[in-house]
Each structure stands twice: as structure tokens, then as C-alpha cells.
Design a protein around this ligand. Structure first.
Ligand code: AVJ
Length: 322
């Protein structure tokens, strides 16, 4: 079995403190909101996995198709010795990159980074036993915070897949790209998955599937607040809304209060009132145009070298050089 290590940058108390701060800020704002990262406890991650299998949610399948054909070229072009994956890190897409990297010969080390230590240790164990020649170093950290440094021998490839970049507001996105660039040396690589702008019907359906899995995923953030902060939300009293914002070109997930409510959140020392029909924004998922991706990466000091899309042109994976 390969060498395995997990480096903990954040323990459970720090995570709860961060949640408490976010809840106090977001739920006392004029227009209520919660950061989307809090959707992903164990149950939320499971619900997201189910979302990736509903017929309407195309991004996961489209990106997998791209990587299935592009992974060998990615390994050859980058000559990566270390693969750093921001978020998840045990899925089929990761394996496509690991297979290409190890078959090509250069890949020695895999560094999955995730906020969830349970998700991380599961993926670290699975990958380590399947790839005995790889050194696997998990890092528990929040990639929405600036990265300080990343382990591994150059050239490293930092992969940020799934279209999760769309969950950042434009200003956060710029900071994030610069942060990734600042931990890489010249000649190292950044692989980015971006969902593309398309017709509103397709987009709204992807975030409001007929089976209601996305609706349960969205309401799960209230269960997270109940579990971690002792709140008394009734998730059934909130309706799932997926709204396409034409001006910003992003999907906004919201929870809409079906009746007036007063909710207590002891762990955040907070009582929150909801009017009937009031919204809480729980996620934005921005969709991209090719020129904007290239320009934003260039602003952060990256040069876009390759751009792949699925045959239907729904999703793009780009490879940029630091
Ligand atoms: C996992 C962040 C890429 O924004 O499409 C899926 C999350 N939200 N359905 C996305 C999500 C609603 C997803 N990401």
C-alpha cells in the first residue's frame, strides 16, 4: 500500500466557527443568503452525487466525456509529477487523470484537498489502495480561503473540476485564480472545468430536476444549520427555486419561505424572521463564455493553452500554464 498522509488545516471547531460567522452575516442581511459550501455535509454530498445521475443535470456527464478523451493529452502536455485536486477527489474524473498520469509515467503524487475530512479520508484510502505506486497526501482545507502553499514536486497540475468555479462571485473568482497562480511556479498547470452559457430552459431544468433531488439538496443546508447550530428550521416550509439571472449569467438557487416564520439558531445566538415568500439565496452557479474564461485566467497570470468541450458544446475544460 502506498504512503498516505492527511494534513489538517482546519478542525471541526474552526469549521463551526466559520459557519456561525457566515450564518450571522447572511441571515441578518437585507437580502438573506448562505454560502453554498454549507450544502455539503455527508447527506448533502450524497444528494449531490445523486444529482449527477438525474437526466437533467448534464455538467458531470459532459465533463467526464471531455476528460475521457483529453486525459492522455493533459498528461502528455503537462508531464505532471503531482496532481492536486481541489474538492472531492475520488470520482471517476479523478481516476481518468490518475490513469493517464501514471500510464504516461510521470505522475508520482496525488494531493486531494477538501473541507470535509470524512470525504477526504474516504477518497485518500480508496485511491491509495488502487494506485499503490502513488504517494497520496490529503489536505483538509477550505479552498475558498487563500491557499498558502501546496505540496508536491513540479510540474504540478492543479485541477478544479465540476464547474464549482461557478459558485464564486466574480470578485471571489479573481481572488481565487490569483491565489492558485501564486502557489504555482512558472511552467506549472491549472485545469479548470467551466459550465457554458446556454438556453435558459436547459439550465433551469438542470437545477430543478423533475425527481426533486436538487430541491432536497437545497433544503439540506437548513438541516446543516439544525445539526451544527441547533437551529429549528422546518425544511418542508421552504420551497426550492432555481432562477436564471440573465444579466449575471448565473443560476441562483434560492429557498422561498412558504409562510411567515421565526427561527431560532442558538449556535449563532440568532433569531431570524421570515416573511411569507421571502428568499434565502443558497448558491450561485455562473455559466461562462470562452473569451471571458481566457481573459480572467490571463488577468491572474495564466496562459490558456488548451480548450476542450463536449460534442454538444455544453461544458468546457481548459488547461492553462502558469
Ligand atoms: C458541484 C458546484 C458544480 O453548481 O452545478 C448542483 C452544485 N447545485 N445542483 C453546480 C449544484 C445544484 C454544482 N457544483
Amino acid at each position: 500500500m502506498s504512503e498516505v498522509r492527511i494534513d489538517v488545516h482546519r478542525d471541526a471547531t474552526e469549521v463551526t466557527q466559520a459557519l456561525r460567522r457566515d450564518v450571522r452575516e447572511g441571515l441578518t442581511a437585507e437580502a438573506k443568503w448562505l454560502p453554498s459550501k454549507w450544502l455539503y455535509d455527508a447527506r448533502g454530498s450524497e444528494l449531490f452525487d445523486r444529482i449527477t445521475t438525474v437526466p437533467e443535470y448534464y455538467p458531470t456527464r459532459a465533463e467526464r466525456e471531455i476528460l475521457r478523451s483529453a486525459a492522455p493529452e493533459i498528461a502528455a502536455v503537462t508531464g505532471m509529477r503531482t496532481l492536486v485536486e481541489l474538492g472531492s477527489g475520488s470520482g471517476e474524473k479523478t481516476r481518468l487523470l490518475l490513469d493517464a498520469g501514471t500510464e504516461h509515467g510521470g505522475l508520482r503524487r496525488f494531493v486531494p484537498l477538501d473541507v470535509s475530512s470524512s470525504a477526504l479520508s474516504a477518497s485518500v484510502d480508496a485511491i491509495a489502495s488502487e494506485y499503490p505506486a502513488l504517494r497520496v497526501d490529503g489536505v483538509v482545507a477550505d479552498f475558498t480561503e487563500p491557499l498558502d502553499s501546496l505540496p508536491g514536486t513540479a510540474p504540478r497540475l492543479v485541477a478544479f473540476l465540476g464547474g464549482t468555479i461557478g459558485n464564486f462571485l466574480p470578485a471571489e473568482r479573481a481572488k481565487f485564480f490569483s491565489s492558485v497562480r501564486s502557489v504555482l511556479g512558472e511552467g506549472e498547470w491549472f485545469l479548470l472545468g467551466t459550465d457554458l452559457v446556454k438556453d435558459a430552459d436547459t439550465l433551469v431544468a438542470a437545477y430543478d430536476d423533475a425527481e426533486g433531488v436538487t430541491a432536497e439538496f437545497n433544503r439540506n443546508v437548513l438541516r446543516v444549520l439544525n445539526d451544527r447550530l441547533g437551529a429549528d428550521f422546518d425544511p418542508a416550509a421552504f420551497e426550492h427555486v432555481a432562477h436564471w439571472d440573465d444579466r449575471h449569467e448565473w443560476i441562483e438557487m434560492r429557498l422561498r419561505a412558504l409562510r411567515p416564520m421565526t427561527v431560532t439558531i442558538p449556535g449563532a445566538d440568532l433569531t431570524v424572521r421570515f416573511a411569507e415568500g421571502e428568499y434565502v439565496r443558497t448558491e450561485i452557479s455562473a455559466k461562462f463564455r470562452p473569451d471571458a474564461v481566457r481573459a480572467e485566467l490571463a488577468d491572474a497570470g495564466f496562459t490558456l493553452r488548451h480548450w476542450w468541450t463536449d460534442p454538444e458544446g455544453r461544458f468546457a475544460v481548459s488547461l492553462s500554464e502558469a
